[in-house]
Design a protein around this ligand. Structure first.
Ligand SMILES: O=C(NNC1=NCCC1)c1ccc(Br)cc1
Length: 329
């Protein structure tokens, strides 16, 4: 099978959600497809009511195909400090026309404030590797793994766009979505992530710096998070920029011009346009803008998040030795 689903940009590309059909009759929820985690969880009729804020709730009692996984629980914490936990049902799940008849659907009984505040997301669709799934007493498999036998090719693709709808493809590569060749790089999934190494970077039109940047491709992280040395070199080029305690990151006057950012992929490079490198004004001062590139020192891992991923057409290939493919678009 081959399928695709619309990736809807939420709140100026903070996250991208896709419609996911769960249960019989179908209940459709908007889930944040996250290549940085491996739990499929949903807001549910089981979620503490004071932690719900407009999200669509999955109701397992209204699904004739839902089956309770007795004794199973899950509990996850994300890189941004957000958390959620609960119990687990299996049910039929269809995404982009691809159906898994018995997918573990983790029900949130509790979520942290970040998820409560995020009314645009009804839960997460983890698409990293099974080794970091949090289900107990034993792990459950991701949708991607469960769908493997029905996918024409064991891969999914991300075509995320700036402030508009893009798409995720499942089981095939839509050659109309990119130009030129796809450059494939090896993936190190030993930590459960889509780990890969970029060969270097350039700030605006400055010389390219050859240096290994070991990181992960994470659709669930909004920004591009890199080593302090690179981040400092970048903001040195922006007049009036500073690393703000108030805003917990690099900010600059919205009137300043902002350079593009180029990163290496195998023998080629990808350039993130200037306007992707400015996420807009901070919450309480519309003359102060927040950078799309920030330090990775908080997570200890470099993260090629949406700011980088939306500059390319990206293939997540899950073969036994997984690879990442990058193409211009
Ligand atoms: O949690 C991570 N990615 N996904 C999401 N973030 C927020 C909601 C979903 C994440 C994964 C690996 C590393 Br290293 C840092 C962060």
């Amino acid at each position: 099978d081959e399928g695709s689903a619309t990736a809807t940009s939420q709140s100026n590309d903070v996250e991208y959600t896709i419609p996911v059909s769960i249960g019989t009759p179908a209940q459709v929820l908007q889930l944040d497809l996250d290549t940085g985690s491996s739990d499929l969880w949903v807001f549910s009729t089981e979620t503490e009511s004071d932690q719900v804020n407009g999200q669509t709730l999955f109701d397992p009692s209204q699904s004739s195909s839902a089956s309770y996984m007795d004794g199973y629980t899950w509990s996850i914490s994300y890189g941004d400090g957000s958390t959620s936990n609960g119990d687990i049902y299996t049910d039929v799940v269809t995404i982009g026309g691809i159906t898994v008849s018995s997918q573990a659907v983790e029900q949130a009984q509790s979520v942290s404030a970040t998820f409560t505040r995020d009314s645009a997301s009804d839960g997460l669709l983890g698409m990293a590797f099974d080794s970091i799934n949090t289900a107990q007493p034993s792990q459950v498999e991701t949708f991607f793994d469960n769908a493997q036998s029905s996918l024409d090719s064991f891969l999914f693709t991300a075509d995320l766009k700036h402030n508009t709808d893009g798409s995720y493809g499942f089981g095939y590569i839509d050659s109309s979505l990119y130009t030129g060749d796809i450059t494939y790089v090896d993936v190190d999934n030993s930590q459960g992530f889509w780990g890969w190494t970029s060969g270097g970077y350039a700030v605006g039109s400055d010389d390219y710096v050859t240096t290994d940047i070991v990181g992960i491709a994470d659709t669930g992280t909004t920004l591009l998070l890199l080593d302090d040395s690179i981040v400092e070199a970048y903001y040195n080029e922006i007049d009036g920029s500073s690393n703000s305690d108030t805003y917990s990151g690099y900010v600059f006057p919205c009137s300043s011009s902002v350079p593009s950012f180029t990163f290496g992929v195998g023998s080629t490079t990808f350039t993130i346009p200037s306007d992707y490198m400015n996420t807009g004004a901070v919450y309480d001062d519309d003359s102060t803008c927040f950078g799309g590139l920030q330090s990775s020192s908080g997570t200890g891992t470099n993260i090629f998040g949406d700011v980088a991923l939306k500059s390319a057409f990206v293939v997540f290939s899950g073969a036994d030795s997984p690879t990442l493919g990058w193409a211009t678009k």
